[in-house]
Design a protein around this ligand. Structure first.
Ligand code: FMN
Length: 349
């Protein structure tokens, strides 16, 4: 079965789920244009997620994708967290602020959230995707039995093989060029850092499942190249950030059009897990030579968000998280439906 048949779409293009950036309006516009829109519920409670699904369904009757975070649940470590906050104290002081007294797990892993599985089984979105790992086999089986198609991010052949063995329907091969968080299953094992070109080929040659290429793909030429490599589709994140339907703020949009778009880098110091974005002081001032061990994801993120809040309260936007991939300077600002149309035209050459 082709990826378009599998997902019930016309064009082999997926708008990446992007927590904080993708919206029901963006997902619906993409789905209505014949590609697959996505919403990210990784940072939502089941009630918030249910509302987001309803908001998307109010705008489209087409299939869309619902994305979850499957990281190891955070292990609180009061000393490590206190050391990290102490490390950040001088940055807070620049804005006349104090670090928070503590940080916490600002959202639950899907792995520890049976209520979220129940929500998905009740709502039955057409497609569900996993990032940072996989849920247990019985949850995968239950979601499949409910008629939901399942996708999983993989950053290596080993992760793709695990996803295949677990029973998902297709693999999102996420190269090192990609914006946002690396989908690495177990960061402690290290990150092979494989580029999209090699990763797509590795997985297409060694797995039976359809491959969806992700990372650095910004236009139809890039999608075409991925298809030539053996992918059946492409997932684009950064390309959709400037769409008016996204939740990106004015500063984020301006950065994508400016010099900083040429400088993206990966750091784990913002959230506790490696992620790529446009370099600002979050990239340069947190991960210093004397930095203590990072608290777990997403507890570290709580601290970065507090720092951004303190800075922005004083009119400083240098600590805003602006995830973006290496293709960022190629992003184009246009409504999502138009972007899908342009991508398809370019893809068809
Ligand atoms: N991937 C997820 O699976 N879940 C997310 O919530 C998520 N958030 C992201 C937020 C932003 C702003 C960006 C740019 C990417 C995010 N990603 C997320 C990664 C994408 O799924 C995808 O791997 C990536 O966008 C592909 O690279 P590109 O940005 O170069 O197109």
């Amino acid at each position: 079965m082709s990826i378009t048949q599998l997902l019930g779409i016309e064009h082999p293009i997926i708008q990446a789920p992007m927590v904080g950036v993708s919206t029901p309006a963006l997902a619906a516009a993409v789905s209505n244009a014949g590609a697959l829109g996505s919403i990210g519920i990784g940072a939502s409670t089941p009630a918030q997620a249910r509302a987001m699904l309803a908001a998307t369904r109010a705008l489209t009757s087409r299939p869309f994708n619902v994305n979850l975070f499957c990281h190891r649940p955070a292990v609180a470590d009061a000393q490590r967290e206190a050391d990290w906050l102490e490390h950040l104290r001088p940055l807070f002081a620049e804005f006349g602020a104090e670090p928070p007294a503590s940080i916490r797990e600002i959202y639950k892993s899907f792995l520890a959230d049976p209520e979220m599985v129940q929500m998905l089984l009740d709502e039955r979105p057409a497609v569900v995707s996993f990032h940072f790992g996989l849920p247990s086999r019985d949850w995968i089986d239950a979601l499949k039995a409910a008629g939901i198609r399942l996708l999983a991010s993989a950053t290596s052949l080993e992760e793709a093989r695990l996803a295949e063995a677990a029973g998902v329907d297709a693999i999102v091969a996420q190269g090192i060029e990609a914006g946002g968080h690396r989908g690495v299953f177990d960061p402690e094992k290290g990150d092979a850092g494989i580029g999209t070109l090699a990763l797509v080929r590795l997985i297409a040659r060694n797995c039976r499942l359809p491959v969806i290429a992700a990372g650095g793909i910004m236009d139809g030429q890039g999608i075409r190249a991925a298809l030539v490599l053996g992918a059946q589709g492409a997932q684009l994140g950064t390309a959709f950030v400037p769409c008016p339907e996204s939740a990106a703020n004015a500063a984020y949009r301006a950065a994508l059009k400016g010099e900083r778009a040429h400088q993206t880098r990966i750091t784990a110091a913002i959230s506790g897990r490696a992620a790529r974005g446009m370099v600002n002081r979050l990239w340069t001032d947190l991960d210093t030579a004397d930095a203590p061990t990072l608290p777990d994801y997403p507890n570290t993120y709580d601290a970065a968000k507090a720092l951004h809040a303190a800075a922005s309260a004083k009119g400083c936007n240098d600590f805003a998280v602006q995830w973006a991939g290496q293709g960022a300077p190629l992003a184009r600002e246009m409504p999502a439906a138009e972007l899908v149309k342009v991508l398809v035209e370019e893809m068809q050459g």
